[in-house]
Design a binder for this molecule. Structure first.
Ligand code: GRF
Length: 219
């Protein structure tokens, strides 16, 4: 069984030494999951500091949420890099130079390769709007509606180079109603994403997620 290493730095706040791991959040769009992270930190439910928010799109509305919270933002358009690997290297450099030890993909619409995953072992999390392994990839809510499932939900998992296939940390189920549209189902799932993402990050930061034969055991 692999123990996920606890990676943290110690900072001084007043006279209390606080252990704070630095997180990096990658986004491509709206950033409501980023907001859930920001809110959870503000409310003391999540003990980390977001060192940087990186977007591959300059027009991502989530960038304004980061700026409003006083978090450094960085736009790294993927078109700037000559290859997927080169883009991954660029991301790794920008995160590592800021001391980031935990990476959170919050609506980041780019696949990351093995070099990126190896740079942050067992320390990259993704939130996905389905009960994986059902409905990986894009339009997960539409896939669920098309399949006629009665239950769908949200998943937070460790990221591996295989799409939406890493070890599952937390899941939350929601009902799918006959009258649901893409929008109504997405909203119901999103509420759960916002709840389980900060919770999963804290579990990882606390060193409570152990990987056993490709599965997460929480202790
Ligand atoms: C979320 O549904 C997330 O699960 C998926 O993309 C969406 C991003 O939403 N990967 P937001 O940008 O966090 O609001």
């Amino acid at each position: 069984m692999n123990s996920v290493p606890e990676t943290s730095i110690t900072v001084e706040k007043g006279s209390d030494p606080l252990v704070v791991a630095l997180a990096g959040v990658l986004i491509s769009g709206r950033g409501s999951n980023l907001q859930a992270i920001i809110d959870a930190i503000a409310e003391g439910r999540l003990r980390t500091r977001v060192a940087v928010v990186i977007s591959n799109r300059a027009d991502a509305p989530g960038l304004a949420r980061a700026a409003a919270a006083g978090i450094e933002t960085l736009v790294l358009p993927h078109q700037l890099a000559p290859s997927r690997d080169a883009y991954d290297d660029l991301l790794v450099r920008e995160l590592q130079v800021r001391g980031v030890t935990l990476v959170c993909l919050a609506g980041f619409m780019r696949r990351l390769g093995a070099a990126f995953c190896n740079a942050f072992p067992h320390a990259i999390l993704n939130v996905h709007p389905s009960l994986l392994p059902a409905f990986p990839g894009v339009d997960a809510q539409r896939q669920a509606l098309a399949a006629g499932v009665a239950v769908s939900g949200a998943t937070v998992h460790f990221v591996t180079p295989e799409l939406d296939a890493g070890p599952i940390i937390l899941q939350a189920a929601v009902p799918v109603h006959a009258a649901d549209t893409d929008a109504t189902l997405s909203a119901r799932i999103l509420e759960q994403e916002h709840r389980i993402l900060p919770e999963a990050i804290q579990l990882v930061l606390d060193g409570r997620c152990h990987i056993d034969a490709g599965r997460v055991v929480i202790r």
